[in-house]
Design a protein around this ligand. Structure first.
Ligand SMILES: Cc1cc2nc3c(=O)[nH]c(=O)nc-3n(C[C@H](O)[C@H](O)[C@H](O)COP(=O)(O)OP(=O)(O)OC[C@H]3O[C@@H](n4cnc5c(N)ncnc54)[C@H](O)[C@@H]3O)c2cc1C
Length: 397
């Protein structure tokens, strides 16, 4: 078998895969051989390009970590979040968390998937990470290593393989990790909208009487007007209906659902819809193998935490790999992997339980008592300092 030997090979160059590559590069040192294998070309983001509809609310703590390691976010294409407001089905303000609660100037920034991925990829490549264009199709055992097979039959041998190839991870399947997966009875409908009213850097979310959840996240101004990113999590039928509406009809739906809070006035670009899943890998660790990001855990976007939990995976690897010299620099040593598992198990599970619990609490549409309990519960939780701290701290991770 004729294969190149790497210290870490990452299958999948999404934001999490590239963040893990950067973590490996920084913590394992310049002599380590790190590569990302990605089947699609790197995203191209031009200064004048419209903002993509696929955006993330990236927590300040994750941004600070990325920035510390050379990632430069294109500020004019991103927007600050200083306030998170949640409204219950009765229209009341259930939760309001300000950056001040956490003693910060910002809670998060809204950044496009493409711009985030590109910024991390550029920093990682500048630091010496190799990009290999190709599709990972299989994983083989090797002595003290693993061998990844690409679709063109190229073989890459590595002491450590990370699967960062998304929720339908092919490598996770190849290793046979046990997965628990539940499709939410909702799809996420996303679109960018121009508004007549300023967003004041607030990320706002409405739990609506039909069980759907509508978020409007701040975006940089478009053509001189305030703009927001819409993420409307709705039943498959309602999502299809929303995507089929004319621009004017969709804007009317949004304004009706939010009490005209943003005064949305124009659709910019196309509306997109994506399926929502709760996915949990029972144990993301195998011999010289680890699943990270959506390949290990996907969750409902109602708390905007999916990509943040993935970036936290990368930060944990960064900490864990600092201890590689204790195991003779072996990046895939079982001791390092079990330390990673111990550290990430609790926080990941807690975030999945919290988002799933909130979804279930609010997805009661046919039982008035349970519906009222959902609103009252959120209001009560919103008053508890510990809960507020947890939410704002998680938003900052
Ligand atoms: C269509 C869509 C829209 C979404 N929109 C939103 C949104 O608006 N807001 C939000 O919060 N979340 C959204 N999500 C979820 C969000 O994208 C994920 O939580 C986030 O991307 C996780 O990052 P990741 O790097 O783990 O995985 P991904 O971003 O999925 O990256 C996986 C990467 O692996 C590559 N890959 C896959 N298989 C292989 C292979 N066999 N070989 C090589 N490369 C491979 C893919 O091309 C991709 O680049 C969306 C997801 C999808 C699918």
């Amino acid at each position: 078998m004729n294969a190149t030997l790497f210290d870490v090979v990452i299958a999948g160059g999404g934001p999490v895969g590239w963040a893990c590559a950067l973590a490996a590069r920084v913590s394992l040192g310049k002599r380590a051989r790190i590569a990302v294998v990605e089947r699609d070309p790197l995203p191209v983001v031009g200064a004048g390009d419209p903002i993509s509809a696929r955006v993330y609310t990236v927590a300040s703590g994750n941004l600070a970590w990325l920035n510390e390691h050379g990632v430069q976010i294109d500020e004019p294409r991103s927007a600050a979040v200083t306030d998170i407001q949640v409204f219950g089905r009765d229209g009341g303000d259930s939760l309001d968390i300000a950056a001040n609660d956490a003693g910060q100037s910002e809670l998060a920034r809204v950044i496009e998937h493409e711009a985030l991925t590109l910024a991390i990829a550029l920093a990682a490549q500048k630091a010496g990470v190799a990009l290999i264009a190709g599709e990972c199709i299989a994983l083989h055992e090797a002595d003290g290593a693993r061998t990844i097979e690409l679709a063109d039959r190229t073989l890459l041998q590595s002491r450590m393989v990370l699967a960062a190839d998304g929720a339908n991870s092919r490598l996770r399947e190849a290793v046979g990790l046990e997965v628990s997966r539940r499709a939410y009875p909702q799809h996420g409908v996303v679109a960018n909208l121009r508004c007549t009213k300023p967003h004041r850097d607030a990320a706002r979310q409405w739990f609506l009487p039909d069980g759907s959840i509508l978020a409007l996240l701040p975006l940089p101004s478009m053509d001189g007007a305030p703009a927001v990113s819409m993420v409307w999590s709705a039943s498959a039928a309602r999502a299809e209906f929303l995507c089929a509406l004319s621009d004017t009809a969709l804007l009317a739906e949004v304004n009706a659902a939010t009490g005209d809070a943003a005064g949305v006035s124009a659709l910019v670009g196309a509306t997109r819809s994506f399926p929502l899943n709760l996915l949990r890998v029972v144990n993301p660790v195998a011999d010289r193998f680890l699943a990270v990001g959506d390949a290990a855990h996907a969750m409902h976007p109602l708390a905007g935490q999916g990509v943040n939990v993935g970036l936290a995976d990368a930060r944990c690897l960064y900490e864990v790999w600092q201890h590689a010299p204790d195991v003779h620099g072996d990046s895939g040593h079982a001791l390092l992997l079990s330390r990673y598992r111990r550290q990430r198990y609790g926080p990941t599970l807690a975030m999945q339980l919290a988002t799933d619990g909130l979804f279930r609490l609010y997805n009661q549409t046919d039982h008035p008592l349970l519906m009222a309990a959902g609103d009252a519960g959120m209001r009560l939780l919103g008053r508890l300092p510990a809960f507020r701290r947890t939410l704002s701290t998680n938003a900052l991770q």
